[in-house]
Design a protein. Structure first.
Length: 193
């Protein structure tokens, strides 16, 4: 922190010189006296938030840039995809228990003619984004297209794969038994919109 504040003076001077602004012009734009600005640039005055805010605004930089703060960590979540037999599952949530969300991509050319339905505890909801998804659910053999959704108890024998040689992408929500995804098309008691 001390090093960052000490480096602020030279950074302020460099910004002002880069913009070809005089101390008098900067004083008029910020309301900070010329003598205070001069002492900030030389390091004789410790920068405060009250002084740095108007300087950052006038120079068009963030406070972090003004004081040379170290970069913060990347806020994005980097969840690792799982790939198995031409199917890539990208976890979209990391919630312990409860409903888990995945984006699933079935690679081109991995369409299977011989589905092997499985069962397990839980409840699943599917929504097709791109391509055509073949879903075998109990006695049903369905082809789902973009915009279609299905939900089912996973104790029913089920299997899904690409209906064509092209890739298929879909979202899957999977939850413990009884956790259904409830999607409403219209408010209760109200007309459809």
């Amino acid at each position: 922190m001390t090093d960052a504040l000490a480096a602020t003076g030279p950074r302020l001077r460099a910004l002002r010189k880069q913009r070809e602004t005089t101390l008098t012009e900067l004083s008029a734009a910020t309301g900070i006296s010329v003598s205070t600005l001069s002492r900030l640039e030389s390091g004789d005055r410790r920068p405060t938030l009250e002084l740095l805010l108007p300087l950052a605004r006038v120079h068009g930089v963030t406070l972090d840039e003004l004081v040379g703060a170290p970069p913060t960590g990347d806020p994005r979540i980097h969840l690792r995809p799982i790939t198995h037999h031409g199917m890539t599952m990208l976890p979209l949530s990391r919630r312990a228990g409860g409903i888990q969300a995945y984006k699933i991509i079935i690679a081109p050319g991995t369409a299977r003619r011989d589905p092997e339905p499985k069962t397990h505890e839980g409840y699943e909801w599917l929504y097709v984004l791109n391509g055509r998804l073949r879903v075998v659910l109990g006695d049903h053999n369905l082809i789902m297209v973009p915009g279609e959704a299905a939900e089912f108890d996973t104790r029913t024998p089920h299997w899904f794969g690409a209906a064509d040689p092209e890739a298929v992408e879909f979202l899957s929500l999977f939850g413990r038994q009884g956790e259904k995804a409830h999607v409403r098309a219209r408010p209760r008691g109200g007309p459809a919109t």
